[in-house]
Design a protein around this ligand. Structure first.
Ligand code: FAD
Length: 481
């Protein structure tokens, strides 16, 4: 029965609930009941915004802000726009936002939607754990889990940013920030002014020190990754490895200090590999053939099918994996300059969430500014943005580092316990391959596959950063009453 309204629409109830800080699956329920969105697309307070850096983070932020009607100019130091590296995962927490903004028009034909993620034992590829992505992620989290070529992702964001009215200027290196005015100075001497400066200038950001007032250098994590692609037709031609491209899947082999993540990209025409390993001490510049040789040595003795795949790699990039400690704030004290993306919270890529966090940062910023009813409200909007994004950035850094422990056990009791728990979490007693520990000999105290862990996956993929901003804002408003 409908509630009695006497012809008058009931007023929306403002919910005064903070996201729980303790582990609870009730968060799922809470997230399923949304606060009221501010339906108007264009923000009441239109401001002039400079974005520094046209990487995935800077372009996504430019889209989010331009979409709300702000006057956005993005300055990029490179002479040409582009992205280094091959594949990237676009999990539902970022895909939901990007598709809402209209990225699908440029991206839909270029993505792959893998059916599942399969964890495998390093030595023989035996299945340890499986996370269904299709249709589960669309159903549970309201958006697909995509994998895509970085160049396609970047180009799509660039096209969307321009369509939404942002200006993107290349060959424009920022050499100095004035966070009080605020303004930027370019290497060619030009000075540009705005109401707000958003630095999305990557892990080696020069803006970070200006924002926090303290120097924070990126840290070597002790890991590096070889990144490579293989033409899918070459894989199909070999019956021993053709199975890996028969169905679009993410496969992840885990072993002592190392792992290999693979998936198809470029509408399934190309096959992407990321091979993480301990960073060797050599400071000497290696030739391409030395890097290839080193890659093969690193994975000697691994699953013969993986070795066969690696034999099809003729060129690879070696990429040291660096991260940042959590920095004190993402907003300068004068409330006219902020930092986001890798410059604020660079993390190990083991949750596949670095770029997704930058997309969320941009979305949350646009939402926080959208709640400002006048320019005087902007410092408060940035305060809310900082509170929401700082916590999320720090937590995702933490979750990423945890995978670096969970995936890299050498064979022994910890690895056996992990494999048993993974198998139990995914398959119950019906272990695949028949080589596992019987399911009824272990109790599931938690799932070491963070994609499967119910709480982690809800927190990671079900998270709605715009909703988190609105929730925080309504809480603050009510606290003042
Ligand atoms: C091996 C690997 C795998 C990964 N996999 C995933 C994944 O699957 N999913 C995911 O979400 N993330 C992944 N990531 C993380 C992701 O790549 C990064 O988090 C993301 O690209 C960061 O984007 P950004 O825009 O913040 O920084 P960047 O990409 O570093 O962009 C910074 C931009 O700023 C420009 N710039 C810098 N200084 C200046 C200046 N002074 N003036 C003007 N311009 C300037 C730079 O030229 C650059 O274009 C992975 C990372 C690695 C290393």
């Amino acid at each position: 029965m409908e509630a009695q309204t006497n012809g008058v629409m009931p007023k929306p109830i403002k919910r005064v609930v903070q996201p729980p800080s303790y582990p609870t699956t009730s968060l799922e329920f809470l997230q399923s009941i949304k606060t009221h969105t501010n339906e108007a697309l264009l923000s009441a307070t239109k401001i002039k915004i400079i974005v520094v850096g046209a990487g995935l983070g800077g372009l996504a932020t430019s889209c989010a802000l331009a979409r709300r009607g702000h006057d956005v100019t993005c300055f990029e130091q490179a002479e040409r726009l582009g992205e280094v590296g091959a594949g990237i995962q676009m999990p539902p927490n970022s895909a939901r936002l990007l598709l809402k903004w209209g990225l699908g028009e440029y991206l839909d034909e270029r993505v792959v939607e893998p059916t599942c993620i399969t964890f495998r034992r390093w030595q023989n590829g035996a299945e340890l754990s499986r996370t269904a992505l299709v249709p589960d992620h669309r159903q549970k989290f309201g958006a697909p889990y995509y994998v895509v070529h970085r160049a396609h992702f970047h180009d799509s964001l660039h096209q969307l940013a321009l369509k939404l009215g942002a200006k993107v200027k290349i060959a424009s290196r920022v050499i100095e920030y004035d966070p009080e005015t605020p303004s930027i100075t370019l290497a060619n001497g030009e000075v540009h002014y705005a109401d707000l400066i958003v630095a999305a200038d990557g892990i080696n950001s020069i803006a970070r020190e200006t924002v926090t007032g303290a120097r924070t250098d990126s840290r070597n994590t002790g890991f590096a990754a070889y990144r490579a692609t293989i033409d899918v037709e070459k894989i199909k031609a070999d019956p021993e490895i053709a199975w890996i491209v028969e169905e679009a899947k993410i496969n992840l082999w885990v072993g002592d200090g190392r792992h290999v993540m693979t998936y198809p990209i470029a509408s399934g025409e190309s096959f992407n590999l990321v091979l993480s390993h301990p960073l060797s001490g050599t400071a000497k510049k290696q030739s391409p053939s030395e890097v290839l040789e080193e890659m093969r040595l690193n994975f000697e003795g691994w699953d013969s099918r993986l070795i066969k795949l690696m034999s099809l790699i003729h060129t690879t990039m070696k990429w040291p994996l660096c991260n940042l400690p959590s920095i004190s704030t993402y907003v300068h004290s004068a409330s006219k300059m902020i930092i986001l993306g890798d410059g604020a919270h660079a993390m190990l890529p083991y949750m596949s969430q670095g770029a997704a966090m930058a997309v969320e940062d941009g979305a949350a910023l646009a939402e926080a500014l959208h709640l400002a009813s006048s320019p005087e409200d902007i410092p408060e909007a940035l305060r809310i943005w900082n509170a929401v994004r700082w916590q999320r950035g720090c937590q995702m850094q933490e979750a990423s580092s945890l995978n670096g422990i969970l995936w890299h056990f050498k064979d022994g009791p910890e690895q056996e316990a992990r494999d048993a728990a993974m198998r139990l979490g995914s398959f119950g007693k019906d272990m695949p391959n028949g080589d596992g520990i019987p399911g009824d000999t272990v109790k599931l105290n938690g799932d070491p596959n963070q994609w499967n862990d119910r709480e982690t996956s809800q927190w990671c993929f079900g998270y709605d950063t715009e909703e988190a901003v609105r929730r925080y804002h309504s809480l603050q408003t009510l606290a003042k009453l």
